[in-house]
Ligand binder design. Structure first.
Ligand code: HPA
Ligand code: ZN
Length: 340
């Protein structure tokens, strides 16, 4: 067995995946047809030709308009179910996935249809694929604070369907502190908290400080710029706060996958994980991200196992899912690692 085959069959946990970022060109075209939305592209090649990014802002300028094809509860279900099938095919056993309701609500889609459609898929994935999944509502940080307040109010009626609250979209000029009151309210209601601190942003260190010290998130999405500040790195270590890293996505929004930093953090005991972010746009699901990091940083099988251990430890899965996952991981290590 080679390392790529070992990686493909490895039991995995995905923690940084935007459902709207899994909209493959084929499904986008099908939904556009189904809903009579004119998207200006007619073939898969034409859709793919629009996927050229060199910054977070240029990516988001393609990403948000693409969501117009999502209209009905069934559309949200179909999008999530297509992703869960793909994830199961890569041996993902547990997935915590983001969604951006503000964008859909602003287009006139009822909040309950967004959450309802995604949750229908979560239940179906559990039933048909044995995949454990949970939803994380992301605040879209470059939309008006009032629109974030409205979805946080709305999600209070969906405690069973949504496990946590995150923060995504364009970080520039949109510090986490703007949403501190909403994070505080969500925590009090029992939601877990995470926030994007994208790579190499203006004010990266201050934004990391806000999420760690002021908001006290349970984990951080991306967050590798924590190495720029020894005090914050120490705080991250003391708390055991995890980072959900996405090497292929990094290489699109900056010119660097950050593989050496991710590997250095992993080797120094920080709970880093490897994830896929927006795989339809960046061309890699979790297996491809793990293989990319393995090649660039020279990871070994023990480090690939450690990444999955970190992921389930910082996940918000039930105790039962956690134990089953760790059991499968131990069994896999015993069976497959000696063959390498
Ligand atoms: N960063 C910020 N916003 C996003 C991302 C990301 O990685 N993916 C989708 N929206
Ligand atoms: Zn992301």
């Amino acid at each position: 067995m080679d390392l790529a085959a070992f990686t493909a069959a490895l039991p995995k946990c995905e923690l940084h995946l935007h459902l709207e970022g899994t909209l493959e060109p084929e499904l986008k075209l099908e939904l556009a047809r189904r809903n009579g939305v004119d998207i200006g592209q007619r073939t898969v090649e034409e859709v793919r030709a629009t996927y050229a990014f060199d910054s977070l802002a240029s990516f988001l300028a393609v990403y948000y308009p693409a969501m117009d094809v999502l209209v009905t509860r069934r559309d949200f279900h179909d999008l999530a179910m297509a992703y869960f099938r793909k994830a199961a095919s890569q041996n993902v056993l547990h997935a915590e996935v983001f969604f951006d309701p503000q964008v859909h609500v602003a287009r006139g889609v009822p909040f309950a249809d967004v959450v309802g459609g995604y949750h229908d898929a979560v239940l179906q994935a559990q039933r048909e694929l044995g995949l454990s999944a949970a939803l994380i509502l992301c605040i879209v940080r470059d939309m008006p604070v009032e629109s974030a307040e409205a979805v946080i109010e709305a999600v209070m009626g969906f405690r069973e369907e949504v496990v946590g609250i995150g923060l995504d979209s364009d970080e520039r000029g949109n510090p986490p502190a703007r949403f501190a009151h909403l994070f505080a309210r969500a925590r009090a209601a029992g939601f877990k908290l995470t926030a994007h601190c994208d790579v190499d942003q203006e004010d990266s260190t201050e934004h990391l400080r806000q999420v760690l010290e002021d908001i006290r998130v349970d984990r951080i999405d991306h967050g590798t710029n924590v190495v720029d500040d020894p005090r914050l790195l120490q705080l991250l270590r003391e708390r055991g706060t995890g980072l959900t890293c996405c090497p292929i996505s990094n290489s699109f929004v900056t010119d660097d996958s950050k593989a050496p930093v991710i590997a250095q953090l992993l080797r120094s005991g920080v709970r880093v994980t490897v994830n896929s972010d927006d795989p339809a746009y960046f061309g890699g699901y979790v297996t491809e991200n793990l293989i990319a990091l393995t090649r660039q940083a020279g990871l070994g099988p023990d480090e690939l196992i450690q990444l999955q251990r970190n992921a389930i430890e910082i996940s918000w899965a039930d105790e039962e899912v956690r134990e089953r996952f760790l059991g499968e991981l131990d069994a896999y290590e015993a069976l497959a690692a000696p063959d390498l």
